[in-house]
Design a protein around this ligand. Structure first.
Ligand code: SF4
Length: 93
């Protein structure tokens, strides 16, 4: 599998993936989520990580210091990105 360039500098690269993909974001898993977010806050690639998660609509896990609920809120706050094909044609059509 091709590795995204920014992932090579990820602070979570050598950490247990289960920390970032807990069973739930509530109950006992809440402390796991908070620990993962703490790692993200010191991560040098937090921005591209969050961008990637939003663009690819990652529904699970902690990405870029956010949990799935926070990403849903961010996605709702931002207007959907238009693709090149959705741009209006020149000439007023
Ligand atoms: S921001 Fe968090 S999830 Fe993303 S690469 Fe960094 S440590 Fe990993």
């Amino acid at each position: 599998m091709m590795m995204l360039d920014w992932t090579r500098r990820a602070a979570c690269l050598d950490l247990d993936p289960e920390l970032f993909f807990p069973i739930s974001v509530e109950g006992p898993s809440q402390s796991q989520v908070e620990r993962a977010k703490t790692v993200c806050h010191g991560c040098p690639v937090r921005e591209p990580c969050l961008e990637y998660a939003l663009t690819t609509r990652q529904a699970y896990g902690v990405w870029g210091g956010t949990d799935p609920e926070q990403r849903r809120e961010l996605s709702l706050a931002e207007p959907p990105r238009e693709s090149v094909h959705a741009q209006p044609l020149r000439g007023g059509r």
